[in-house]
Design a protein around this ligand. Structure first.
Ligand code: ACO
Length: 427
């Protein structure tokens, strides 16, 4: 196997080292290309650009493989839980029983918000988008923990990471209650992570929310399945912001903003909107698929397609199974699930989707399951953000060991040099 590649530009020949990852992925190292040849590479949307070497998450999009720190997503989904998996992502190894207990205790210790911070919620107008509130309040955490703005060692990182992991759930639930004008519920000291989130969302002073264990398990699974996904749009944003040595709170707040868009985390809302539209307008699945294929109206089959997976998204397979189990167990008959299944069947047999290798992604079924949990649509992407938090934290810390600020270049296509004209002389 060659360890260099040769690039010919006119008369000039350059050798590019080949970098190989632990799973045989190969990259051409072009870091000296501009200084040696005056050329840069152009890759809009970064489909062929490896921005980092990372030891956190491995995806093989052609084979439908996803692994966190070497462990298969199927294995973790079946045997682990969100908090243990978060530990794995952040610190690289599965915890011992003592480490897991220590981490859980730390999360319990840090789950409350400072009373002052709670006032921020009242300043947002009614019906503020929860993703905006989440991102703002996460950023505001940096005002409350000035001692953690510069992380000097693992201990400080652990403090900051645990504070964010613990508080993001509280902030997310508060953003929902603020929308409703409801009182703010305190986190419960004895409830586990996912159950505590449901308590924060739905308990009333006179009525503590007691969810079915299946629902708690399904929510925990949703968090786990979203926990990391290598260099996607929001994670790259977190790393990019972190590369300027911006603090962890502000960097993950930026991640929330990137996740918000409908082509990324917001797709789970768009999927349910699409399923509702099909139902309300009494559209047949095949006529909707025809609209997608004809592209005129710019309609996409939301929850289908992925930049990396050109095969089944393994998370979608797991979430679909969980969705069916939860709905059956709770005896919920959701017509949107039937429409989703029919859409999947029709699309997977259609040449348009086959040719383009478009398969259901994680968002295709997550909305249906979140509806069954009683989570309002506006909170779907917030749930994704809670799940993705350990991944962002791990990726930020890995990036913080690097010394270079991220600063891509561009090919300029605007006007060439021109001279300023006073306004009265302009045509
Ligand atoms: N429905 C219909 N056509 C699609 C879809 C879709 N969901 N996704 C891609 N295509 C088509 C494109 O129109 C294009 O067709 P063309 O070759 O005729 O021009 C081709 O497939 C390639 O599409 P790109 O947009 O170039 O693929 P890209 O990798 O840039 O986009 C993305 C990936 C953004 C996820 C896209 O598939 C999409 O918009 N999907 C719907 C939104 C969605 O579900 N997002 C969630 C992604 S998972 C996540 O973030 C957690």
């Amino acid at each position: 196997m060659a360890d260099t590649a040769r690039l010919q530009i006119g008369d000039q020949s350059v050798e590019l080292p080949i970098v190989e990852g632990s799973e045989d992925e190969k990259a051409l190292d072009i870091s000296a290309l501009r200084s040696e040849t005056g050329h840069i590479t152009l890759d809009q949307g970064y489909g062929n650009t490896g921005s980092w070497q990372s030891g956190i998450t491995f995806i093989d999009g052609d084979k439908g493989i996803l692994r966190y720190r070497g462990y298969g997503i199927e294995d973790l989904s079946e045997h682990s839980n969100f908090i243990e998996t978060s530990y794995l992502l952040i610190w690289g190894e599965l915890p011992t029983a003592a480490q897991l207990e220590e981490f859980s205790d730390l999360l319990t210790k840090h789950q409350m918000l400072r009373e002052g911070l709670k006032h921020h919620f009242n300043l947002f107008p009614p019906n503020s988008p929860p993703m905006a509130v989440l991102s703002s309040v996460l950023n505001a955490l940096s005002c409350y923990y000035p001692e953690l703005l510069e992380i000097e060692d693992d201990e400080m990182f652990t403090e900051a990471a645990a504070r964010i992991m613990a508080k993001v759930r509280t902030i997310a639930a508060y953003s929902y209650r603020q929308q409703l004008g409801h009182h703010i519920e305190y986190p419960h000291p004895n409830k586990k992570y996912a159950e505590n989130f449901l308590h924060l969302m739905f308990s009333q002073p006179y009525n503590e929310f007691q969810p079915e264990p299946e629902l708690v398990k399904a929510l925990d699974l949703i968090f786990l399945l979203h926990a990391d996904h290598e260099q996607n749009c929001s994670t790259s944003t977190v790393r990019m912001v972190g590369s300027s040595e911006a603090n962890l709170f502000s960097s993950v707040a930026a991640g929330v903003c990137a996740l918000w868009g409908p082509l990324h985390g917001g797709a789970n809302i768009a999927v349910v909107d699409m399923l509702e539209k099909i139902r309300e307008e009494n559209l047949s699945v095949s006529s909707f698929v025809d609209q997608v294929k004809n592209k005129k109206a710019g309609i996409r089959l939301m929850g289908f397609g992925h930049r990396v997976y050109k095969n089944f998204d393994p998370r979608a397979t797991i979430i679909k199974k969980s969705c069916e189990e939860v709905l059956a167990k709770l005896d919920i008959d959701d017509p949107l699930l039937d429409i989703a299944k029919e859409l999947e069947t029709v699309a997977l047999e259609d040449e348009y989707f086959i040719q383009r290798k478009l398969y259901p992604n994680v968002d295709f079924y997550s909305g249906v399951i979140l509806r069954a949990l009683g989570i309002p649509k506006a909170m779907f992407t917030v749930i994704f953000a809670i799940g993705r938090m350990p991944g962002w934290i791990a990726q930020w810390y890995e990036e913080s060991k690097a010394t270079k600020i991220s600063r891509p270049r561009q090919i300029y296509t605007g006007p060439v040099l021109r001279t300023y004209q006073p306004v009265e002389e302009r045509p």
